[in-house]
Design a protein around this ligand. Sequence first.
Ligand SMILES: [Zn+2]
Length: 403
Amino acid sequence: MPAYEFPDRLNGNAVNAGDPQHRKNLADVLALLHVGGPQNRAELTRRSGLNRSTIARLVGEMVNLDLVRESEPRETGVVGRPSPVVQANDGIVAVCVNPDVDAIAIGLVGLGGKIISRVRHKTRRVPSVDKMISIVSKVVQSSLAKLDDECRIVAMGIAVPGIVRVDQGVVEFAPHLGWRDEPVAQLMEERLGYATFVANDANLGTIAERLYGTAAGKTDVIYLNGSRSGIGGGVIVNDRPLSGVHGFGAELGHTSVARAGLACYCGRRGCLETEVSLSRLLDIMGEASIDPDDLGPFVVASKDRRLRKEVDRQLDVLSVAISNFISIFNPEIVVLAGFLGELLEVNPERLLERVTSNSFHQLSADVELVRAGLRSQHLLIGAAELAFSPLLNDPISFAQLKA
Ligand SMILES: [Zn+2]
């Protein structure tokens, strides 16, 4: 844990820092604290399977490296000497970015996965890479002024709605943003000076939900995220993210659900993302943009019958896609994020009933269908996992590089 390994570029700076087993133990214990939150040494001993003296040594080493902090013991009521509480140093911060066609979300996330601040910067036009970098630069400057003196930004993670060559930090194609072959990581590093990593937004959202959200502890997960940039998917099979031969797998938004549907940029008709579409809802609502978390309350409060009818139509189409995914992957849980989570909230009975009646009964009988627990924060938290991955993979090398 975390169970996810990002590509080699993220581990390319390792320095020779001694015994590989020792480095692995440090990484394991830091990951337990990062994902599991504050805990005492006894809990760390039990969860890691290492012995007490090893845990004491590892924690001491990471306190010296300022990666973790120890505080006063909690009152447990148990007789005997209480053990100090250890936690990941949440002053180690990642800048996390999620560009969309109508806004750029920018967050600061501390080690431990907690969001320190989040800004949704609306844009009048679809942002270019250059525009995104300018906006991020301004937001980071103003956020830095408010940050505690002990906080330090160590890296940046960008969740992009498109096809990304993660090992090179290049966005190969983000159709809704109009980006093609953009070396986003390199450009961001040149302007802001932080090591920058880029990946597909839905893949990062899947990892965030698997680690901290509704899919925590699940080994077989279907994740669907809906935004103005269409529908992204993520699949976890047997506790491994499905990536495909080029790393572009799980494009669930481009599965065909309506042969006579609208043309999709991918060259086909009636893809899930052309039929279940936030843009189509916004057109009826007469709105240009909406924070995904606000869509459900808007629909529930609306008296517009056209809007309710379109929501019902989209729920029905979504149910067809979900029942297909259930047949293919036999998941434990289907997580709906972004505006898809809002659609579920508006009418969970309709979606559940349709999914169940469309599905092969034995496969759908005990599948959970839930909204993303991290709400609109999931992509930023996923981007933070990406940004923190070099540190989490090899804490001692990272700390030495930063020293
Ligand atoms: Zn398509």
